[in-house]
Design a protein around this ligand. Structure first.
Ligand code: GLU
Length: 417
């Protein structure tokens, strides 16, 4: 078997090129759409609580702004690299276009293990990073949000640092903020809600019921943990879950409330007493109906794709499936709901938050949910229709839809000067 190139930017480009091919884009347009617009790498010196100093490296990449200001999260993770952030930024461009949000794509990342920092160290790191990327961000320029290992408190510090520097209170500079600071109701579980909405569509298309379906969820952060709760409430059977250290399975089903209580004690899910412990790799290959990768990139590769047993893979994570694996799953008749569609509920409610901040008028949670459902269903329908037209997977359809929208915006704007 050929060795796969697992560089996320190479992978992102390969998905983009497939769509460019289907759309017959010329070389010039391909070059414009595949090259990030801006990339800034910064050093972040942090005074540690003990008095010593450490320097961390961070990035902020704006991939494209043709359809509006750049939008995308900030990740704190030890494995962050510039190429990863570039890939994630381009996925945000396609995701926002797929959902027809008036945004381009961006992403930020700091190579750090935030769990190894105290709260005060995390605050100093966040504020210094924000200050370093300040020339790029702004409510009509580039709007960050949470991603892996960042949360509403970190967004509050970003908003405050930006606002103190500008001398005005700017709520719309960042989304995923606490409710007390212009956050949106429903933003915390928006990614999971979005996955749930498109899963309902995919189940209907396969004449499967979500009720009673066996589900495995890899990753127990914001997306994974809310997925477990929402799908359990809908009558699905959550038979396996995992976090970065490992997981647990029980064919009779796991109770998300008990899993949450176990996590709240600082314990890994692999030590949860209500089942058998498994590795993250084993979780992916369990006999389930629905698999939800909700952690990091490159989990489903050419290596394990032939052994994935789920009928539907719903990508709550960004980039969990490699192009070779994607082909294998398509040929094996599996439905993969691609990341740029499946996990777009997060950025869609970020868009709602930005709109609410601008209008200084805040919606109730039912309204957020109702509007999110409209956006997710409409996107699913358009993606499925595009896939049918091109006789390709949902991922192929999602990319064609998204790339076509950004190409069209680029064409009508023209190239300056
Ligand atoms: N980090 C999330 C994503 O990858 C949300 C981005 C946002 O809300 O801007 O889609």
């Amino acid at each position: 078997m050929p060795r796969e190139n697992l560089n996320p930017f190479v992978i992102a480009q390969s998905y983009f090129q497939q769509a460019a091919e289907r759309l017959k884009l010329d070389d010039g347009m391909r070059a414009i759409l595949s090259t990030p617009k801006r990339a800034l790498t910064v050093s972040i010196p942090v005074r540690m609580d003990g008095g010593s100093y450490k320097v961390f490296v961070g990035h902020r990449v704006v991939h494209n702004m043709s359809r509006g200001p750049a939008k995308g999260g900030i990740r704190f993770h030890p494995d962050v690299t510039l190429d990863e952030v570039k890939a994630l930024a381009s996925w945000m461009t396609w995701k926002c276009a797929c959902l027809d949000l008036p945004f381009g794509g961006g992403k930020g990342g700091v190579a750090v293990d935030p769990h190894a920092l105290s709260l005060n160290e995390r605050e100093r790191l966040t504020r210094r990073y924000t200050s370093e990327i300040l020339p790029l961000i702004g409510p009509d320029q580039d709007i960050p949000a949470p991603d892996v290992y960042t949360d509403p408190q970190i967004m509050a510090w970003i908003m405050d640092t930006y606002s103190m520097t500008k001398g005005t209170t700017s709520l719309g500079v960042v989304t995923g903020k606490p409710l007390a600071l212009g956050g949106s109701r429903g933003r915390d579980k928006a990614t999971a809600r979005g996955v749930q909405f498109v899963l309902r569509e995919a189940c209907a298309a396969r004449k499967m019921s979500l009720k009673g379906a066996r589900v495995a969820i890899q990753g127990y952060g914001n997306a994974g943990s809310h997925m477990a709760t929402l799908l359990h409430a809908e009558g699905a059977r959550v038979v396996a879950v995992s976090d970065s250290r490992g997981g647990v399975q029980n064919a009779r089903g796991l109770d998300p409330a008990q899993l949450q209580a176990h996590k709240a004690k600082g314990q890994s899910l692999k030590t949860f007493p209500g089942g058998t412990s498994i590795t993250n790799k084993q979780l992916l290959e369990l006999p389930v109906d629905i698999l939800v990768p909700a952690a990091l990139e490159n989990q489903i590769t050419a290596n394990n794709a032939p052994r994935i047993r789920a009928k539907i893979v719903a990508e709550a994570a960004n980039g969990p499936t490699t192009p070779l694996a994607d082909d294998v799953l398509f040929k094996r008749g599996r439905t993969v709901i691609p990341d740029i569609l499946a996990n777009a509920g997060g950025v869609t409610v970020s868009y709602f938050e930005w709109v609410q901040d601008f209008s200084s008028f805040f919606w109730d949670e039912d309204e957020v949910d109702r509007r999110l459902e409209v956006y997710m269903k409409r996107a699913y329908t358009s993606v499925a229709a595009t896939a049918a037209k091109h006789q390709c997977s949902l991922r192929g359809g999602a990319y064609v839809l998204a790339v076509d929208r950004v190409a069209e915006a680029t064409r009508v704007r023209g190239i300056f000067p």
